[in-house]
Design a protein around this ligand. Structure first.
Ligand code: SF4
Length: 388
């Protein structure tokens, strides 16, 4: 085992006050033995030179304390494993037949996230607490190419923000640059980088040719401040979006999960006003809405870790996807409010849509169902091309 002895405190102190770059929370980097020689691994270790690192045999796990899961998540989120992905990188989003899905392709770049949202679904999906990042990126790029060549007439929307945050580790990995430059000449695909950070410096001066959308998850200020721990503030997310717009990127936003809480109407109105008053509307490709939904055991995990959070104590109903969600009347009330706030202000080219909702909800809120416009995937594909 090779243990770096450099002083990590200097590193964390140097980042204090520099915003909320999530890499400041990483305390130890582990590397699988067989990945150590890769030039990409070496480049990451060079950027992480102030963080202690250890080499471990392939297949073994980083030390994250003796506490059982999920009590060890706090420590695990400070522990990064650089390893090889032996499975597939690209998979369709695990949607449910009963709800309208957007036919998204998930690019799996690693698991877990150094930020800590109370509602994060990953807490219920995982049983290991550490962060992992896959360094066999040659395989990843080849898999993207094969998928696009196999179906040249299909348009793929590919996103990295399903099992982690797309940019949370970018200060160490630099993956965004690699992906943006790889995707720029793909005429039948677009890349979406979805984040709650303001870590966008690696996107500057890239020749992206409009094939990358940078997107932010947004929420009411109270939710962002209390329930999205270690994330960037609303102001920082919007400032980052503005910079990306200046650099020619297409933008997207996700109001997901919309959470019922005292003052929710004013809270979401404040965020929507700030978004649409400050970000160039003609750069926004889509805005999604989805109310809180969660696997039954997420509630137990989240309340054990965050006993002061209140929003899980509302009434929920078990949906067809075996996830709890708010009763339909409350979902409709919240969607109507958000839609009313947005519809007058968004550009005609921006696609507003629901993530995982029924046709009945689409009809009630929007007055149409996706099939009336060729289906949700086609609506989103058109929206990509409408923003030039
Ligand atoms: S930013 Fe996303 S991935 Fe990270 S903790 Fe929050 S919900 Fe989970």
């Amino acid at each position: 085992m090779n243990i770096s002895s450099r002083d990590h405190s200097t590193f964390t102190e140097s980042l204090a006050g520099s915003g909320r770059d999530p890499i400041k929370h990483i305390q130890t980097v582990y590397v699988e033995e067989s990945c150590l020689h890769l030039p990409y691994t070496q480049a990451i270790l060079e950027r992480a030179r102030e963080i202690p690192h250890k080499t471990i045999p392939d297949g073994s796990l980083p030390e994250c304390g003796d506490a059982p899961y999920p009590d060890n998540l706090r420590k695990g989120k400070q522990t990064l494993l650089l390893c090889r992905n032996h499975g597939k990188f690209l998979k369709p989003c695990p949607a449910t037949r009963e709800y309208r899905c957007c036919d998204y392709q998930v690019l799996n770049i690693g698991m877990n996230c150094p930020m800590d949202c109370v509602y994060c679904i990953l807490q219920a999906y995982m049983n290991n607490p550490h962060l992992s990042f896959f360094v066999n990126t040659d395989d990843l790029l080849k898999e993207i190419d094969a998928a696009l060549q196999n179906e040249p007439h299909r348009f793929l929307r590919i996103g990295t923000g399903e099992f982690t945050d797309s940019l949370a580790l970018d200060g160490l990995t630099g993956l965004s640059k690699m992906l943006v430059e790889h995707m720029r000449d793909k005429s039948n695909a677009v890349l979406e980088l979805k984040t709650k950070t303001s870590v966008i410096n690696n996107l500057k001066n890239l020749n992206h040719k409009g094939r990358t959308i940078v997107s932010w998850s947004l929420n009411a200020p109270q939710i962002m401040n209390r329930e999205e721990r270690k994330t960037a503030s609303l102001e920082k997310r919007l400032a980052a979006a503005n910079r990306c717009a200046d650099w020619g990127y297409k933008l997207a936003f996700h109001f997901d999960p919309i959470i019922f809480h005292p003052g929710w109407e004013q809270g979401y109105a404040e965020t929507i006003d700030k978004l649409l008053d400050t970000v160039p509307k003609d750069r926004i490709v889509w805005i999604s809405m989805g109310t809180l939904r969660f696997l039954p055991h997420l509630k137990h995990i989240a309340l054990r870790r965050f006993p002061n959070s209140k929003f899980f104590h509302e009434e929920f109903v078990l949906g067809l996807d075996n996830k709890y969600r708010y009763f339909r009347t409350l979902r409709v009330e919240m969607y109507k409010k958000l839609y009313a706030l947005m519809r007058e202000k968004v550009a005609d080219s921006t696609c507003l849509y629901f993530c995982m909702e029924s046709d009945e909800i689409w009809q009630e809120i929007f007055g149409f169902v996706p099939e009336d416009h060729g289906g949700l995937p086609a609506m989103l594909d058109r929206a990509v091309e409408a923003v030039t």
